[in-house]
Design a protein around this ligand. Structure first.
Ligand SMILES: Nc1nc2c(ncn2[C@@H]2O[C@H](COP(=O)(O)OP(=O)(O)O)[C@@H](O)[C@H]2O)c(=O)[nH]1
Ligand SMILES: [Mg+2]
Length: 452
């Protein structure tokens, strides 16, 4: 992996112009290098912002007026000496400051390297470091809240509690192993089974939350299907708030898949508009229909649009039935007189009347979409766990706990039970990063942007 004993530098603000731009230095020579950049007239002080200027050594002229802040180790983001130089937000100036820092002995930081150092120096555990990336990537307020909770340590606390219970159990089992002849059992088999059940329940609760957490963190795809002219493209445009899809009264207008990212009740969703499902008139339409059917396979939710202004046909029932669950029936064109009532369709799927023209029913539709993807409570309290890596490891831990219980119930030796408990703990330690391999760190931290 990367060296950790040198001084790294990078632009910490987003590329492009801005009111200010920040160059960040971290490492043993951060202050020395910053001091070289600003010259001898002013000197940096710990925990203080200093108004100063950067001199270009080539021309001897002032390059920029800046504010330099020294965060003395260990009370900094990385745990090392950090200097943040806030200059004017010009990409050319910031690049020049970085260049000068490199000439003075700094190295250009790799993506995520500041946060990696924070992790290696014990300032953050692994879920917290991962939360930093999620927070920066968040596109909805709900995603930001879930990431912030993780940064605040909700997952770490939950894992630590479970790990402490496992540790306690293993300590007592080991004690019984060490003193087999004393006629003294540190832990009864019944009691152990009971405790393992409790631990299993805690892990299962996390796994449950994780399902909703993943929907929040990763978003989901919803697919709009229906017969030609049902009003699919109009609904797609209404949901995305833009006239993305062409709307005409000519059946078969939409022939390829159209996708748009939207936010619904804090969830980041991708909506897909599809070609109308019918006997295709030509090759292009046939391909469109094939793609529409394929899109349903990846959908987390299917919206089946049925023209509310035209009489129901047998095809419509078939369409609703064939759509994969979970699905929602949308009775379109609610601003026009209705040709049928939503009660007349036989399906377990909820049905909602919506007008793409007036927007009536759209808020209700959005709410139902969100509820079908995650439950009400899960939308209210952000779940402790949302990352697939964490979820897999919690599932591994649960499996080991179940195995330990099974072994106990079959009166296996304490050693066997212990092996599974140790396995469960190993999985949990991999989440928090107490046990890590370089590959995993590389995988996690290269996801970051440079300067983070
Ligand atoms: N009055 C009314 N007309 C609609 C509504 N939604 C769609 N339409 C009309 O129905 C026709 C077909 O719409 P379109 O969205 O292209 O349907 P698609 O073929 O399913 O994509 C167009 O003439 C639209 O203007 C609606 O909510 N109200
Ligand atoms: Mg269309």
């Amino acid at each position: 992996m990367f060296a950790t004993d040198d001084t790294i530098v990078a632009i910490a603000t987003p590329p492009g112009r801005g009111g200010i731009g920040v160059v960040r230095l971290s490492g043993p020579r951060a202050t020395a290098i910053a001091q070289e950049l600003i010259g001898r007239d002013t000197s940096l002080a710990p925990r203080a912002a200093t108004f100063t200027r950067i001199l270009d050594p080539q021309s001897g002229k002032v390059l920029d007026q800046v504010v330099a802040t020294w965060f003395a180790q260990p009370h900094s983001y990385t745990g090392e000496d950090v200097v943040e130089i806030s200059g004017h937000g010009s990409p050319v100036l910031l690049a020049r400051i970085v260049e000068l820092a490199i000439q003075s002995g700094a190295r250009l930081a790799e993506p995520g390297e500041f946060t990696l150092r924070a992790f290696l120096n014990g300032r953050l555990d692994l879920p917290q470091a991962e939360a930093v990336a999620d927070l920066v990537d968040a596109v909805t307020p709900l995603q930001a809240r879930a990431a912030m909770d993780q940064l605040e340590g909700t997952l770490t606390t939950a894992i630590a509690r479970i790990d402490a219970a496992l540790f306690d159990l293993s300590a007592r089992l080991e004690a019984s192993l060490d003193f087999p002849d004393e006629g003294f059992h540190f832990v009864s088999s019944d009691q152990t089974v009971e405790e393992l059940s409790r631990i299993q329940a805690s892990l299962e609760q996390l796994i449950d939350e994780g399902r909703a957490g993943r929907v929040i963190r990763e978003g989901r795809t919803i697919v709009i299907v229906g017969r030609p002219n049902a009003g699919k493209s109009s609904l797609f445009n209404a949901l995305s708030g833009a006239a993305r899809a062409i709307v005409t009264d000519i059946p078969g207008t939409t022939r390829d898949l159209l996708t748009e990212r939207i936010e619904v009740e804090g969830l980041a969703l991708t909506v897909v508009d599809t070609a109308g499902l019918r006997e295709a008139r030509d090759q292009i339409e046939a391909e469109g229909v094939r793609r529409a059917q394929e899109a349903q396979q990846i959908a987390a939710l299917t919206l089946v649009v049925i023209d509310g202004h035209a009489p129901l046909e047998s095809d419509d029932h078939e369409l609703i039935q064939k759509a994969p669950a979970p699905k929602l029936v949308v009775q379109s064109k609610a601003d026009l007189p209705r040709a049928w009532s939503v009660e007349s369709i036989q399906t377990d799927a909820p049905a909602i009347a919506v007008s793409a023209v007036t927007g009536a029913g759209l808020p209700q539709l959005k709410q139902r979409i969100a509820e079908l993807l995650v439950s009400h409570e899960q939308l209210r309290d952000s779940p402790a766990i949302s990352n697939i890596r964490h979820l897999r490891l919690v599932e591994d831990a649960r499996e080991s706990v179940v195995r330990a219980r099974g072994a106990l119930e079959q009166h296996a030796t304490e050693e066997l039970v212990l092996t599974d408990i140790v396995r469960a703990r190993t999985a949990l330690e991999e989440i928090t990063g107490r046990r890590t391999v370089d590959d995993l760190l590389l995988h996690i931290f290269t996801r970051f942007c440079i300067g983070k």
